[in-house]
Ligand binder design. Structure first.
Ligand code: ADP
Ligand code: MG
Length: 175
């Protein structure tokens, strides 16, 4: 169950991420399992679990995301960039909870969906384990707090500097 009481404002050492962080993960945005994340106001871009570092257990993480939207021939700004993110690693109910899932909420408002786009992640740290929620409101409240914690944590100098890491903007030739 979800513990009660105050949550911290930041997570991880102020001096910067310590190994195994920052951890790299990249992949193409795939269709999720329609849990209705978007209906909660918190869409999550699902990516394949291949390449997920083995030390990453189920739970909520935070970090930086580099997004390159799939080129659909339109020249208008579709939202490419580097953004803060929160990431949930869990078990996919679609596969009887035998297969893991990675879902990334990018902390940015996008003009449209970006399925098929490429996502590079630098996971900067762990926020909390996953809980069973008694209500949708309690879940949303916790996710909003995760977002606050991620933003505050990434504001710290050593974490902010990693936003410039070339890994975030290194994409496959043709996506
Ligand atoms: P699914 O079950 O297919 O993952 P969601 O309801 O979780 O559906 O919505 C996820 C999709 O919403 C992403 O694949 C992406 O195309 C889009 N999206 C729009 N804004 C965001 C955002 N800020 N963070 C993550 N995904 C977003
Ligand atoms: Mg999703």
């Amino acid at each position: 169950m979800r513990p009660t009481g105050p949550r911290p404002d930041t997570v991880g050492p102020d001096s910067g991420p310590e190994p195994p962080y920052p951890a790299q993960l990249s992949g193409e945005v795939i269709a999720g399992f329609g849990r209705g994340s978007k209906e909660l106001g918190i869409p999550t871009a699902n990516i394949p679990t291949e390449g997920l570092p083995t030390f990453i257990e189920s739970g909520i993480y935070y970090g930086w995301a580099g997004l390159k939207t799939k080129d659909c021939g339109s020249s208008s700004d579709k939202g490419d960039g580097i953004f803060p993110m929160v990431m949930s690693v869990g078990w996919n109910p679609f596969y009887k909870n035998e297969v893991r899932s990675v879902e990334v909420h990018i902390i940015h408002k996008f003009p449209q969906d970006f399925y098929g786009s490429h996502l590079n992640l630098l996971i900067m740290g762990y926020i909390r384990p996953e809980f069973d929620y008694v209500s949708k409101e309690a879940l949303i409240e916790d996710i909003n707090k995760d977002i606050d914690i991620a933003l505050k944590s990434l504001e710290r100098g050593p974490y902010a500097a990693i936003r410039e890491d070339p890994y975030l903007v290194t994409f496959p030739e043709k996506s």
